[in-house]
Design a protein around this ligand. Structure first.
Ligand SMILES: Cc1cc2nc3c(=O)[nH]c(=O)nc-3n(C[C@H](O)[C@H](O)[C@H](O)COP(=O)(O)OP(=O)(O)OC[C@H]3O[C@@H](n4cnc5c(N)ncnc54)[C@H](O)[C@@H]3O)c2cc1C
Length: 952
C-alpha cells in the first residue's frame, strides 16, 4: 500500500488523540487530549488556515500573486505562512509586542512581512489596533486578501473535521469537549458537527480572564492564544454549555502540570484547558469522558511560560518554584551555610504562615539587613497563601463564613507591608477582578483562596534586598536539633512519599500548620470496617476535599450525616448542588431542582438536633456592648486578686444580660417604648424597663437567653414528625429575622452579642484564665451553643438548606441525639431514638464535623515527633488540684513552644489553630486576634542583628 502523502499540506489534521492518565489523576473522569501540535505548523491553526486559503483560491477571492494580510498572535500566522509559501502567495502578518521570539523567527524564515502594532488600548489589548492596521494595509496594497479569521465561516467549517476525528477515535462520542476560544472557530466548528450528528457532547468554552468574548469586561492578559479583546462574529452562545474563565496564572500552572505529569510540552491554551477541567470538575458527573483540544506546541513559549525569569517577573517568585518544580525534592536550593546567614523556616503555607512571612518581610525591609536572610516556607500542597481551607480549586458553593468586608490579609501596623498595594478582599475584587462588591455578601472560599495566593506571591516578589524566599511542597514530619545553638533541621515527606532531610539548619521555626485531620476512633474504625464488608454501604470520616471524599455516595441512596454545623452545610451542598442540582429563586425563597444524581434523603443528627441559625449582615455601625467590656472585666479581675474566672459565675450572667439588652433594645424601639435602653446606666434600670414593657404588652412573648441557646421545648419536639416540621419552622423564622438584620430584628441583635463579646472573652480565656473546670465546660459545651446562634452560615446557604428540607431531601426526624448502630442483616447504618422509639436505616454515614485540635488525637506526624523529642508539651490549665488539658501544645505568651524542661524554646514558635485551647478563637482568618507573629517577626529580626540566639 502506498502511504506516501503528497506535499506538506496533506499532513494537516488526523492528529493523535491520547488518554491522559497522570494529570488530574485523582479525578474520576476519562480525559483524552487531541494533540494539535502534530499539525505541520505546530498548531490547530493549520486547519483553518488551509481551509480558508483553499476556499478562497477555489472561489476566486484569492488570485495568484495576491498578498494575504492577517492579524494574528502567532499560530494562525504560521499556518498562513506555510500555506502562502506553498501556493506562492505574499503574506503580511500584523502582530503585537506579545508575539514571542520563536514565532517571529519562524515567520521570518518563511519570508513573511511583519507589521507590528505597538500601542495597546486602555485594557492593554492590541486586537483593535491590529485590525485597524489590517484595514489600512488592505487599502494600500493592491490584489490583497484578508482571510478575516474572526468572521470567516471557513474557520469553523475546518473544525467539523476536528470533531469528526475525535468521535472516530473514541468508542463513543465524548460527554464533554473542552476547547479554548479566541476566534471561536474551533468550538463553533466542533459544536456544529455535534449538532449535525445529534451527539450528546456538551461544549465547554475555555476563555481567558480579561477576554470579552462572553461579555466580561476587558483586562490585560499575558498569555496569547486564547481569549480576545472583541466579541466573535462566529460565536453562537446557544451552542455552548459551559464557559470557564482562566487567568494567566492558572493557565501557566496548567501547562506545568501537563509537562510535569504527562511530559507534554504544550502551549498556553492547553494549560488553560487543563485548568478548566479542574475548575469544572465539581459539575461533571463521575465517569464522564472529556475530550480536550490541546491547540499547540510549547516550544514557542520557552521564553515565557517555561522560563523561570519570566514567571518570576510576571507571577512573582513563589509561583515560579511552586508551579515549575512542583515537589519539594525538586526545588533546587543551594545549601549555603555560614555564620552570617540566617535561616528561618515557616511550616504551613496557609493564611497564618503567610502572615508570619509577611511580618518577617516587613521587618527586614524596615531595618537594615546586615547578613543574608533566607525564609523557607513549607506547605503540603502547592497552594501557598490559601492553605487547605481556601484552595482555589474547590467548588464555588462552599462559602466563607465572614462577609467580604471583614476579610483583609494585611495588618494595619508598622512596619508597613512590603507590597506596594496591600489590598483588602473588597479592593482586590474591585481592582483585580473588576467586580462590583457588596461588602455584606459572602465570597466563596475558592475566591478568597485566589486572593490569598495573590497576596503570598506579591510578598514573595517584594522581598527586601538580602532576603531570599524559597517555597517547598511537602509535609514536614520532624524537626531535629542540630547543635547546642538551637538550630534545627527539617525532615520532609515529599509528594512521592519518601522522607528527606533538608540540607538547611534553621535558626527559627514557625509552626503554622492549621487544622489537622484526626485519627479514627475505635468506633469509627468499626464503621469503616462495616462499610468495607457490606456492599452498598459507605463511611466518610472527613468530608474535605468534598469532590473526592463524597464521591462514593451513590445517587438515590440514604445518608446519615453526623453534625449539623457549618461542615454539614458543605456536605449537603456538595451532595446536591455539587451533583448538578440547582436552586431557583421563587419570590423570597429558593426551590431545589434535582439533577437525579444526589442521594434520595439525608438524615442529619447531632446532640441538640438543631441547625445553626443563619448569619445576617452586620450593620455599618453596630451597637456596642454595654456591660461585657474589657474595662468591666479588668475591674472584676482586680477584685479577684489574680484568681481565675469562673465562667458560670462571672461571665455567663453578663453575657445573658447583654443578650437581654440587645433583644429588648430593638424590641422596645419597634413598639415605640418611651425610653431608649442605650441611655440606661445600670442593668437594674434596663430590667425595670423590660418589666414595664411586658406589663404594657402582656401578649408579647418574653425573651429568655437560656432558651434561645438551647431552644428545645414544647410537645412538638417529642415526635419525629413534629420535630422535623419544627426545625423547618425554626429555620424559616430565623432566616426571616437574619434578613432583617440586627438593627431591626431583636433575635438577630441577640445573636450578634457573642460575636461582639468574643474578643473580650478571648482575653479572659487565654493562657488558662478560666478555672480548669470552667474552661472544660466552655470547650465541650458552651462554645457550641454560642457558635450555633452566632456564627451560622450565610443567608444564602441557609436558604438552600431550607429548600432541601422542602424538597424532602433533608429530613430532621432523627436529628436529636439518636444512637448509631449497624445492621449486618440489612447492610445499613441505623439511627435509633429511644425517646421517640423510632429508627431509620441509611446506606451511608458521613461525619460532617471538624474535630477539635488535640495533638494526641490528630494524625500529624510532626507533632507526634516533636512531642517524642520533648520539643513540645501539652498545655495544662491547673488550679487547686484541678487540671484540664484541651489537647493543644503549651506555649509562652510570646507564642514559643514550651519544651519538656518547662521552658519556652526561643527557636520554635507557634501560631493559629495549633494554639487553640491556650487561646480562644484563633482558628480564623483574622490578623488581629491572637496575633503572635508581629512580635515574633520583630524578635527574629532583632536576633538577626545579634548573632547569638536570644533566650527568653
Ligand atoms: C472547613 C473550614 C471552613 C472554614 N471557614 C472559615 C471562614 O469562613 N472564616 C474564617 O475566618 N475561618 C474559617 N475557618 C478557620 C480556618 O482555620 C482559618 O480561616 C484559616 O484557614 C487558618 O489559617 P492557618 O494558616 O492557620 O491554617 P490552614 O488554612 O489550615 O493552613 C495550614 C497549612 O499548613 C499546611 N500544613 C499542615 N501541616 C503541615 C506540615 N506538617 N508540613 C507542611 N505543611 C503543613 C497545610 O497543608 C495548610 O496548607 C474554616 C476552617 C475549616 C476547617
Amino acid at each position: 500500500m502506498n502511504t506516501i502523502n503528497e506535499g506538506i499540506l496533506s499532513t494537516i489534521g488526523r492528529t493523535p488523540l491520547i488518554e491522559l492518565k497522570k494529570v488530574c489523576a485523582d479525578f474520576p473522569l476519562r480525559l483524552y487530549a487531541k494533540l494539535e501540535m502534530f499539525n505541520p505548523g505546530g498548531s490547530i491553526k493549520d486547519r483553518p488556515a488551509s481551509r480558508i486559503i483553499l476556499d478562497a483560491l477555489e472561489n476566486g477571492d484569492l488570485k495568484p500573486g495576491a498578498t494575504v494580510i492577517e492579524s494574528s498572535s502567532g499560530n494562525m500566522a504560521i499556518g498562513l505562512a506555510q500555506l502562502c509559501r506553498y501556493y506562492d502567495l505574499n503574506l503580511v502578518v500584523v502582530v503585537d509586542p506579545k508575539i514571542n521570539r520563536h514565532t517571529l523567527n519562524i515567520l521570518k524564515a518563511f519570508g513573511v512581512r511583519i507589521e507590528k502594532v505597538e500601542t495597546p488600548d486602555e485594557h492593554g489589548n492590541y486586537l483593535s489596533g491590529r485590525l485597524q492596521r489590517v484595514q489600512d494595509l488592505l487599502d494600500m496594497i493592491p490584489n490583497s486578501y484578508w482571510p478575516n479569521q474572526y468572521a470567516n465561516k471557513a474557520n469553523p467549517h475546518a473544525h467539523h473535521q476536528t470533531m469528526a476525528e475525535i468521535v472516530e477515535s473514541m468508542d463513543n462520542p465524548p460527554d464533554y469537549l473542552f476547547a479554548s476560544t479566541s476566534t471561536c472557530g474551533t468550538i463553533m466548528g466542533c459544536a456544529e458537527y455535534v449538532r449535525s450528528q445529534n451527539l450528546h457532547t456538551k461544549m465547554v468554552a475555555v476563555d481567558a480572564l480579561g477576554s470579552v468574548i462572553f461579555g466580561s469586561s476587558a483586562a490585560e492578559r499575558l498569555v496569547p492564544g486564547h481569549g480576545a479583546g472583541r466579541s466573535s462574529k462566529l460565536l453562537n452562545k446557544d451552542f455552548i454549555d459551559h464557559v470557564v474563565h482562566i487567568n494567566d496564572k492558572e493557565c501557566v500552572g496548567g501547562c506545568h502540570r501537563l509537562l510535569n505529569k504527562e511530559a507534554i510540552l504544550a502551549g498556553g491554551s492547553s494549560g488553560a484547558v487543563i485548568a478548566a477541567v479542574e475548575k469544572l470538575r465539581s459539575q461533571i458527573p463521575d465517569g464522564s469522558s472529556c475530550a480536550l483540544i490541546l491547540p499547540d506546541n510549547g516550544e514557542r513559549y520557552l521564553d515565557t511560560i517555561y522560563n523561570d525569569e519570566w514567571i518570576k517577573a510576571h507571577f512573582e517568585k513563589s509561583e515560579c518554584s511552586i508551579a515549575v518544580k512542583g515537589r519539594a525534592q525538586e526545588v533546587e536550593v543551594d545549601a549555603e551555610e555560614s555564620d552570617d546567614l540566617q535561616k528561618i523556616a515557616i511550616i504551613g503555607g496557609g493564611p497564618k504562615g503567610m502572615y508570619g512571612f509577611e511580618r518577617l518581610a516587613a521587618q527586614f525591609k524596615a531595618h537594615l539587613v546586615e547578613h543574608k536572610v533566607e525564609i523557607h516556607v513549607y506547605n503540603k500542597t502547592a497552594h501557598f497563601g490559601a492553605g487547605d481551607i481556601y484552595q482555589p480549586n474547590q467548588p464555588e458553593y462552599l462559602l466563607m463564613n465572614n462577609p467580604i468586608g471583614d476579610v483583609n490579609m494585611w495588618i494595619d501596623e508598622q512596619p508597613r507591608p512590603v507590597v506596594p498595594e496591600p489590598l483588602s478582599l473588597t479592593e482586590w475584587l474591585q481592582k483585580k477582578k473588576n467586580r462590583t462588591v457588596i461588602e455584606k455578601e459572602y465570597a466563596s472560599r475558592a475566591l478568597v483562596g485566589e486572593y490569598l495566593e495573590d497576596g503570598f506571591n506579591a510578598i514573595a516578589n517584594h522581598l527586601p534586598e538580602g532576603v531570599r524566599g524559597s517555597y517547598f511542597q511537602g509535609e514536614v514530619i520532624d524537626l531535629e536539633k542540630e547543635n547546642e545553638d538551637e538550630c534545627y533541621s527539617i525532615h520532609v515527606k515529599t509528594a512521592r512519599g519518601d522522607v528527606q532531610k533538608m540540607p538547611h539548619q534553621y535558626d527559627q521555626v514557625l509552626l503554622a500548620t492549621g487544622h489537622p485531620k484526626n485519627k479514627l476512633t475505635e468506633e469509627e474504625k468499626e464503621y469503616q470496617q462495616f462499610a468495607q464488608q457490606n456492599e452498598g454501604t459507605g463511611f466518610v470520616p472527613f468530608i474535605y476535599p468534598v469532590n473526592s471524599e463524597l464521591q462514593e455516595v451513590a445517587a438515590g441512596s440514604s445518608v446519615a450525616v453526623k453534625g449539623i454545623g457549618l461542615t454539614f452545610v458543605d456536605a449537603v451542598l456538595a451532595l446536591t448542588e455539587g451533583r448538578g442540582g440547582t436552586f431557583e429563586r421563587e419570590g423570597d425563597s429558593l426551590k431545589y431542582v434535582s439533577s437525579g444524581k444526589e442521594p434520595k434523603v439525608m438524615y442529619p443528627f447531632s446532640r441538640s438536633g438543631l441547625p445553626m441559625i443563619p448569619r445576617g449582615p452586620a450593620p455599618q455601625n453596630p451597637t456596642p456592648l454595654k456591660f461585657f467590656t474589657k474595662k468591666a472585666f479588668s475591674r472584676l479581675k482586680a477584685d479577684l486578686h489574680g484568681a481565675k474566672l469562673d465562667f458560670k459565675a462571672h461571665i455567663l450572667p453578663v453575657l445573658y444580660q447583654e443578650m437581654n439588652v440587645a433583644f429588648y433594645d430593638v424590641q422596645l424601639k419597634k413598639y415605640e417604648y418611651k425610653v431608649d435602653l442605650q441611655d440606661c446606666e445600670t442593668y437594674a434600670e434596663i430590667e425595670h424597663h423590660i418589666e414595664r414593657f411586658h406589663q404594657q404588652h402582656p401578649d408579647i412573648q418574653r425573651f429568655d437567653p437560656v432558651l434561645f441557646l438551647s431552644h428545645l421545648d414544647g410537645p412538638d419536639f417529642l415526635h419525629a414528625d413534629s420535630f422535623h416540621a419544627k426545625i423547618k419552622e425554626y429555620l424559616e423564622f430565623f432566616l426571616a429575622e437574619a434578613k432583617k438584620g440586627e438593627l431591626h430584628s431583636p433575635w438577630a441583635a441577640a445573636s450578634a452579642v457573642w460575636r461582639k463579646a468574643t474578643p473580650v472573652f478571648g482575653d479572659l480565656y487565654a493562657f488558662g484564665g478560666l478555672e480548669p473546670e470552667s474552661q472544660a465546660y466552655v470547650d465541650s459545651r458552651f462554645r457550641r451553643l454560642l457558635n450555633r446562634v452566632t456564627f451560622g452560615p450565610p443567608i444564602e446557604s441557609s436558604e438552600k438548606i431550607l429548600a432541601l428540607i422542602k424538597a424532602g431531601m433533608l429530613n430532621f426526624r432523627m436529628a436529636q441525639n439518636p444512637s448509631l448502630q449497624t445492621s449486618e442483616d440489612d447492610h445499613t447504618f441505623v439511627l435509633y431514638s429511644e425517646d421517640l422509639d423510632e429508627s431509620v436505616a441509611t446506606n451511608y454515614l458521613i461525619d460532617a464535623r471538624i474535630a477539635n485540635v488535640s495533638i494526641d488525637e490528630n494524625q500529624s506526624l510532626l507533632y507526634k515527633n516533636l512531642q517524642q523529642r520533648g520539643l513540645i508539651t501539652l498545655f495544662k490549665n491547673e488550679a487547686q488540684n484541678h487540671v484540664y488539658q484541651p489537647g493543644c501544645a503549651a506555649i509562652s505568651r510570646e507564642g514559643f513552644t514550651v519544651d519538656e524542661s518547662g521552658n519556652p524554646n526561643p527557636s520554635i514558635a507557634c501560631t493559629g489553630t495549633p494554639t487553640e485551647g491556650v487561646t480562644f478563637d484563633n482558628d480564623a482568618l483574622s490578623r488581629n486576634r491572637n496575633n503572635f507573629v508581629s512580635d515574633w517577626a520583630a524578635m527574629v529580626r532583632k536576633s538577626h542583628r545579634v548573632p547569638s540566639p536570644i533566650k527568653s
